[in-house]
Write a protein that binds this ligand. Structure first.
Ligand code: FES
Length: 106
């Protein structure tokens, strides 16, 4: 089962992810309350903002037009590695992904 590391305020949490679930779904299912995910993954809220820090970066999908638009509404500063966690699917190819949760989501 692929693993994803969520980095928050100086500590890391390594979580198992069912194949095909998003980083947002893994986070919310495991009580990571910093990921608000108000829209439930419909790419309409930008409250699931993370910074991709390490892991198989080449296996991630490129930012699409809709995600690009929503990244314009994130509450914390956008950085070059900003992504919406609802758009990052966990598979064997993305096993080992490390993301830092944005300090503010709204
Ligand atoms: S959960 Fe709303 S944009 Fe990701």
């Amino acid at each position: 089962m692929p693993k994803v590391t969520l980095r928050r305020a100086g500590f890391d949490t390594v979580l198992d992810a069912a194949e095909g679930t998003s980083v947002m779904q893994v986070a919310t299912a495991n009580g990571v309350h910093e990921i608000l995910a108000v829209c439930g993954g419909e790419m309409a809220c930008a409250t699931c903002h993370v910074y991709v820090e390490d892991g198989p970066l080449d296996a991630l999908p490129p930012i699409g037009d809709e995600e690009e638009d929503m990244l314009g509404f994130v509450a914390a500063p956008r950085e070059s590695n900003s992504r919406l966690s609802c758009q990052l699917l966990m598979t064997s190819a993305t096993d080992g992904l490390v993301v830092r949760v944005a300090p503010r989501q709204e």
